[in-house]
Ligand binder design. Structure first.
Ligand code: PLP
Length: 338
């Protein structure tokens, strides 16, 4: 039995999801004629209380399309220094939007309204025009940390006052929603655009959604086309998304519970120096010298457990749909014997 904690993108579609995909009604989405894609976009927009949605190939695409739509070349985007939009999207903000970035040192990926306020450039010809703030919830590099919604509202207040747009990279937003008992509508009311991934803990093979106002999504469809992301009979993929939104959200709590159980097993080990507080489905822990992350990952691999060395001394384990209770028990036993 291989137990793969490298990422929550490792999930394979379940039988029930595959069945939903096989039975999907499809059409040409570039013509707006794919009934399953239309259904998924309408379902997501209704969930978030937002006007419209567009289905894209990836979370990188929904983020990059949003940034392109919200900015002009030469503008500046504010985000946390560990934000996915900056760290892991291949320089897309510069490449696609010609925008610069102001990086803030947040607390495990979370920035504050005060930080945002003091980072907005003055109206001065020497300075880039600050036009967009991007938040990430949960934060990947922050170890699945969740924002306090009150802080998000404060950031929204600053954005409204200063005429900035506010985008959410909600690749793992559903993890935050179930953990904090929040609703999609709270986020829909607050952000100008929201990106959510279906291919992470929700268990789909492909897909992300970008949500926003009707005119924003109209523009986003055009940008998606320019980026080469127009799709045809992708309703087979959308059907997986509909299935996931209807069946795979509530169960995320199990992943969070499993993550806490594994973290408490790790806490007992002398080679573990620190563990980031486990808030959702991600565990990031640092090792005490001389044990290195690649060494520990290798040891785990010998026990058929896969983890990810995110730096020379830090390991990441991510819980997801394909990790069962039995696998977690085996993992805890294996950690005990290390
Ligand atoms: C926070 C965050 N945003 C965006 C993405 C991008 O998603 P994708 O891999 O679908 O491009 C990821 C992927 O891991 C992520 O962790």
């Amino acid at each position: 039995m291989l137990i793969d904690y490298r990422s929550d993108t490792m999930t394979k579609p379940t039988k029930a999801m595959l069945e939903a995909m096989m039975n999907a009604a499809v059409g040409d989405d570039v013509f707006g004629e794919d009934p399953s894609i239309n259904q998924l976009e309408n379902l997501a927009a209704a969930m978030f209380g937002m006007e419209a949605a567009v289905f894209c190939a990836s979370g990188t695409m929904t983020n990059q399309v949003a940034i392109k739509c919200h900015t002009q070349p030469g503008d500046e985007v504010i985000c946390d220094e560990g934000a996915h939009v900056y760290q892991y999207e291949a320089g897309g903000i510069a490449f696609n939007s010609g925008a610069s970035v102001k990086l803030l040192a947040g607390d495990r990926g979370r920035i504050t309204a005060e930080q945002v306020k003091s980072s907005i450039n003055p109206d001065d010809n020497h300075k880039a025009h600050t036009s967009l703030v991007c938040l990430e919830n949960t934060s990947n590099r922050g170890g699945g940390s969740c924002y306090d919604f009150q802080e998000i509202k404060k950031i929204e207040g600053v954005c409204r006052e200063q005429n900035l747009r506010l985008h959410l990279d909600g690749a793992r937003l559903f993890n935050a929603l179930v953990e904090k008992n929040e609703t999609p509508k709270q986020y829909g009311e607050t952000f100008d655009s929201v990106s959510v991934c279906l291919s992470k803990s929700l268990g789909c093979p492909v897909g992300s959604l970008l949500l926003g106002k009707k005119d924003f999504i109209k523009k986003a469809r055009r940008v998606r086309k320019v980026f080469g992301g127009g799709m045809r009979q992708a309703g087979f993929l959308a059907a997986a998304g509909i299935y996931a939104l209807q069946n795979n959200v509530d169960r995320l709590k199990e992943d969070h519970c499993h993550a806490r159980q594994i973290a408490s097993a790790l806490e007992k080990k002398s080679f573990v120096k620190t563990i980031l507080p486990v808030e959702t489905n991600i565990i990031i822990f640092a090792l005490d010298y001389p044990v290195t992350a690649p060494e520990l990952v290798d040891k785990l691999k010998q026990k058929n457990i896969l983890g990810y060395a995110i730096s020379p001394d830090r390991v990441r384990l991510v819980l997801h749909l394909d990790i069962t209770k039995e696998m977690v028990e085996r993992t805890i036993e294996a950690i005990g014997k290390l």
